[in-house]
Write a protein that binds this ligand. Sequence first.
Ligand SMILES: *[C@@H]1O[C@H](CO)[C@@H](O)[C@H](O)[C@H]1NC(C)=O
Ligand SMILES: *[C@@H]1O[C@H](CO)[C@@H](O)[C@H](O)[C@H]1NC(C)=O
Ligand SMILES: *[C@@H]1O[C@H](CO)[C@@H](O)[C@H](O)[C@H]1NC(C)=O
Ligand SMILES: *[C@@H]1O[C@H](CO)[C@@H](O)[C@H](O)[C@H]1NC(C)=O
Ligand SMILES: *[C@@H]1O[C@H](CO)[C@@H](O)[C@H](O)[C@H]1NC(C)=O
Ligand SMILES: *[C@@H]1O[C@H](CO)[C@@H](O)[C@H](O)[C@H]1NC(C)=O
Ligand SMILES: *[C@@H]1O[C@H](CO)[C@@H](O)[C@H](O)[C@H]1NC(C)=O
Ligand SMILES: *[C@@H]1O[C@H](CO)[C@@H](O)[C@H](O)[C@H]1NC(C)=O
Ligand SMILES: *[C@@H]1O[C@H](CO)[C@@H](O)[C@H](O)[C@H]1NC(C)=O
Ligand SMILES: *[C@@H]1O[C@H](CO)[C@@H](O)[C@H](O)[C@H]1NC(C)=O
Ligand SMILES: *[C@@H]1O[C@H](CO)[C@@H](O)[C@H](O)[C@H]1NC(C)=O
Length: 614
Amino acid sequence: MLLLQVDRAVMTRLCWLFVLGTLVVRVSAADSLPPFGMSWSNKTFGPDGPWQAVQIGVGYPIQQVALYPGGTFRSHFLTPRICSNTTLSPTACFASAGGLYASESSNTALDDIIGFPAATDFTHGGLRIEGTAGIGALDQMVLGTSDLTRKTITVPNVTIAMYDSIAAIYPSGSIAALQVGTLGLGYLGTVNQSFTFPDEPLINGSLIPGYLQAANLAPSNSFGLQIGSVKSKIKGSLYFGGYDQSRICGTVSTQQGAFAGIEPDDDGTKGLIDLLDIAINVVDGSSPFNTSAISNLLATGNSSIGSALSVPMLPEAPYLNLPKSSCDAIAAWLPVTYNTDLGLYTWNTDDPRYTQIVSSPSVLGFIFRKDQSNSQNITINVPFTLLNLTLEAPLVTSTVPYFPCNAQSNGKYSLGRAFLQAAFVGANWNANNNQGVWWLAQAPGPNIGSQTSVQTIKDQDATISPSSNDWVASWKSVLVPLTVDSAGTATTNSTATNTTSSSDTEKPTSRLTTGAKAGIGAGIAVLVLGIIAFGVFIFLYLRKKKSHSKGDSTPEKYSDVGYVPAELNTHEQAAELNSASKPAELNSQAPLKGHLVQDGQPQPVYELGGDVYR
Ligand SMILES: *[C@@H]1O[C@H](CO)[C@@H](O)[C@H](O)[C@H]1NC(C)=O
Ligand SMILES: *[C@@H]1O[C@H](CO)[C@@H](O)[C@H](O)[C@H]1NC(C)=O
Ligand SMILES: *[C@@H]1O[C@H](CO)[C@@H](O)[C@H](O)[C@H]1NC(C)=O
Ligand SMILES: *[C@@H]1O[C@H](CO)[C@@H](O)[C@H](O)[C@H]1NC(C)=O
Ligand SMILES: *[C@@H]1O[C@H](CO)[C@@H](O)[C@H](O)[C@H]1NC(C)=O
Ligand SMILES: *[C@@H]1O[C@H](CO)[C@@H](O)[C@H](O)[C@H]1NC(C)=O
Ligand SMILES: *[C@@H]1O[C@H](CO)[C@@H](O)[C@H](O)[C@H]1NC(C)=O
Ligand SMILES: *[C@@H]1O[C@H](CO)[C@@H](O)[C@H](O)[C@H]1NC(C)=O
Ligand SMILES: *[C@@H]1O[C@H](CO)[C@@H](O)[C@H](O)[C@H]1NC(C)=O
Ligand SMILES: *[C@@H]1O[C@H](CO)[C@@H](O)[C@H](O)[C@H]1NC(C)=O
Ligand SMILES: *[C@@H]1O[C@H](CO)[C@@H](O)[C@H](O)[C@H]1NC(C)=O
């Protein structure tokens, strides 16, 4: 209802603008351009996913490469030299999964003129990447064909870095070749990354969203990203100059400043948001946990964390990089086992609670400070089904479902793709006169219909609007609520009910099946049946005796298990109220301007003497 009112207010404003525009004002051509939507690869990637990636063509003749959207400035490519290095690719070449880039095979590559090295770890510490620094270059990128204009968009001289010899290092010392590079998402007020050389003309490399705006191919230097999920069949969504509104449920948290920093200069100091707590909740049905709501998981067992942990969002990296204490506090509630070699947790798939947790509307809730205010929170719920990810070779010899909390993040805390499967993020690099804003919001599950609702981000826009999609409904029929009975098997704690558990019907039956499979002789079978008959007798006797002496304890056992009203709903409704009561702010657009390049005054970035790595 409230959202509807806002929409109506905006629409009234748009109609008014339209009338005014046709009569007097020349509406800026750039602002009326459609956002550009990227295509996603049909392949999925590991070895800790499955993950989705965008598909681009690079160079001429075109080389097809899949990249994770993420990071600032350069895009990062893996080269065929990773495959010919037997240390990095001892058996198979995992690095070729997303497609490799060979600048020597591209007629449009400028790979000699920019000798500046690029940071070795282009995941901003999201993975522990070691090896040799990347090599800077420029080449053209074919982004794809616009759905709306049918135009194929090619960005010349994109600033890139090529990696011949890098790998992710795990706590055991094992090394794993990366499988996919990254597509740079731009930077504050920047169209060109400029390289200077003594006595030589300046060389400019394009940043993609800045170039699209400057070349009148997108309305602003901005992006909207929802990486989706392979297993839950949520398609990836990446727009430059706009966003798909249907990927935003509930309120949006707006942060001032850059979405991410420049590595390694201000790596880890930009794009931070305060993570206040982590909670486990069950949104519908009975709880597979022995209690209804679990909170304080961020700071449990670690007094040095205090009231918040500031983290960046890292779509270029896979895990939830949290202090080990926080990972352990979450893991204590889950049927998982810590793998010291990898610093990750594997699900105990034989535990009945495993299937219950990953198939029910049980969520890991991340509570953040909203809008950088100490009076508002925003919770992003990540259903556990999205955290039932898969480890594959070369990390493990046979595939294993794992829980992606990285307990060996070496003090570099961040939220990677595991979290971003359930979140929308976006940024306007030019907002607030190139100071920038970025956004975080809850993304829906798979049930949102097939229609996108692509909205434009204008040059100075500092706000975006959510859809009216309901988050709970977006997971309906995908996540099946547990009934008291289906949750009951998990919450039965054998030590708490040890008088009856040994004669529980489940165990003797499975023993019989095992015995029968082993092909035990008829005589023994008779003996076994005799024992079972005796067991059933004892069971019935004890049960009768127990119900006489103690009464039935079952109802009490289930009493704290059941529907958990999500605490955050009240906050979100309150925040919705707030935004609805301020339609004036939504309506007040910056004056429309015609000259975008002057409008978003680019800040030249100089790289001198190779001591600045980008
Ligand atoms: C993915 O597959 C569809 C249908 O097979 C095809 O039309 C599309 O071009 C493919 N996308 C890419 C990026 O290869
Ligand atoms: C192969 O990769 C390893 C690890 O990054 C590196 O130390 C070594 O120098 C590389 N070998 C070659 C021939 O590039
Ligand atoms: C790419 O950069 C090079 C070096 O600065 C320049 O000579 C060339 O004209 C640029 N190409 C385009 C299409 O802008
Ligand atoms: C960026 O660089 C290109 C090529 O060097 C140039 O044509 C363009 O004017 C530059 N754009 C800005 C905003 O500086
Ligand atoms: C506790 O949190 C701090 C960060 O605030 C971290 O450096 C430390 O490693 C954590 N301790 C454990 C046991 O995880
Ligand atoms: C509930 O389960 C947790 C973890 O599985 C366990 O640590 C705790 O002792 C249990 N509490 C009760 C009351 O059984
Ligand atoms: C925000 O969340 C924190 C941690 O869960 C909680 O202590 C605080 O009361 C919440 N604040 C608001 C305004 O809801
Ligand atoms: C969890 O992931 C594994 C693959 O790692 C898959 O086989 C299993 O079906 C998944 N479980 C659920 C409930 O989605
Ligand atoms: C059962 O309860 C005991 C103590 O009440 C606890 O230590 C144990 O972890 C529980 N087991 C399970 C599977 O929850
Ligand atoms: C479980 O059995 C132990 C001894 O085997 C006993 O001490 C304990 O009280 C029993 N617990 C319950 C809840 O009956
Ligand atoms: C390169 O970019 C800078 C800053 O964006 C701009 O001032 C300069 O004119 C550009 N150089 C060329 C050759 O276009």
